[in-house]
Design a protein around this ligand. Structure first.
Ligand code: PYR
Length: 357
């Protein structure tokens, strides 16, 4: 059962597509959504499918959604081009996969030592994040909105212990986004692979280590079969936002009311996915440890220091790319400072104290 998530599904579509009435009636619009996740993959995949189905449900079928998982129409990392070119109307995925097109996409997923979910949500809604996502999207003909978040991710799966920054040297690790750039700075060799290709590369030894998400999602990739040590806390993706990216020309033709309903469906999933992930992560962490003998390891202070120094450099290099990248990074860092002050006086110390009782 679980194995099927390890291969990109091929062929026809089910789910939202099967529910869609043919888009022939007057006033109906086809919305083809491609995604970066495998079909039915628990967590990221099921969340994207729920969002797609919800768009159709809230618009009462006026927006007829056909959802294609990774590999069903295009490969995961071809999703952006499929939408920018107008071949599909939207993608659902993590925008840091497009950092090669513009590094400004990366902060809309995650920044090493950056915002946690509640902070990211605050930045997007009240700190200028949404406006900047639109400004960046304008350069590519994409209209983006958040539609999911994994919350804080684990540090990853390793087959050897990481006791000092030296142990990272030469390590071939699957890690996308700015986290990958940090790994390169500390001497590792980062590779960016879609989720559906991680297991086969780790089990074959093509890569030495990987990160994916956290206990719930990682369990279903069976990463415990391919690596022994599960490191925490992650630093590289403190809250990975999932975005929908909509073709701007198509968006312009969507009636105002349906635009609002699409935005509502996305906002709903932006709260649903983190809640569900939060609920499942503890359950699956216990299963990984108790049923599969996974060994947890904590990155020590020396390793964390190295990650921290490299992260500052990566953030500044991202900033240096262009005026728009600088605007995005500055706005993000402003939120890290301002929202972070409150986190430091609220959730963070409270949870540390709660754990004493
Ligand atoms: C990853 O691709 O690593 C995610 O966290 C989604």
């Amino acid at each position: 059962q679980r194995r099927k998530f390890l291969k990109a599904a091929a062929g026809g579509t089910v789910g939202a597509a099967a529910l869609a009435a043919p888009a022939i009636a007057q006033g109906r619009m086809d919305m083809v959504i491609v995604s970066t996740w495998n079909r039915d993959f628990p967590g990221l995949g099921t969340s994207a499918q729920r969002c797609a189905a919800r768009i159709e449900e809230l618009t009462e079928g006026r927006i007829a959604v056909q959802y294609f998982a990774a590999g069903e129409r295009v490969g995961a990392f071809d999703s952006f081009d499929e939408v920018a070119s107008g071949n599909a109307q939207a993608y659902i995925g993590c925008d840091y996969y497009w950092k090669g097109k513009h590094p400004g996409w990366a902060p809309f997923t995650a920044v090493p030592f950056g915002l946690v979910y509640t902070e990211m949500d605050a930045w997007m809604k009240f700190g200028g994040g949404q406006e900047l996502l639109h400004k960046l999207g304008d350069e590519f003909g994409i209209v983006g909105f958040p539609c999911g978040n994994t919350g804080l991710q684990m540090g990853g799966w390793f087959n050897k212990e990481i006791n000092s920054p030296e142990d990272l040297k030469g390590l071939k690790m699957r890690i996308p986004g700015l986290g990958g750039d940090v790994m390169a700075k500390v001497g590792a060799s980062p590779v960016s692979l879609p989720g559906g290709q991680i297991y086969e590369n780790l089990i074959s030894g093509a890569i030495d280590a990987t990160e994916w998400v956290g206990p719930w999602n990682d369990y279903f990739l069976k990463l415990y079969e391919a690596a022994k040590y599960y490191y925490w806390p992650g630093f590289h993706e403190p809250a990975s936002q999932v975005d929908i990216g909509i073709n701007a020309s198509w968006w312009a033709t969507v009636p105002e009311q349906d635009k609002k309903l699409i935005m509502v469906a996305c906002a709903e999933e932006n709260a649903m996915q983190p809640a569900e992930t939060n609920y499942q992560n503890g359950i699956y962490l216990n299963r990984l440890i108790n049923e599969y003998g996974v060994e947890l390891r904590e990155f020590n202070d020396d390793v964390y220091e190295a990650f921290g120094a490299a992260s500052e450099e990566v953030i500044m290099e991202t900033r240096d790319h262009s005026p728009l990248a600088a605007e995005i990074v500055d706005s993000y860092l402003e939120a890290r400072k301002n929202v972070g002050v409150w986190t430091n006086y609220s959730d963070a110390p409270y949870i540390a104290k709660r754990n004493r009782f």
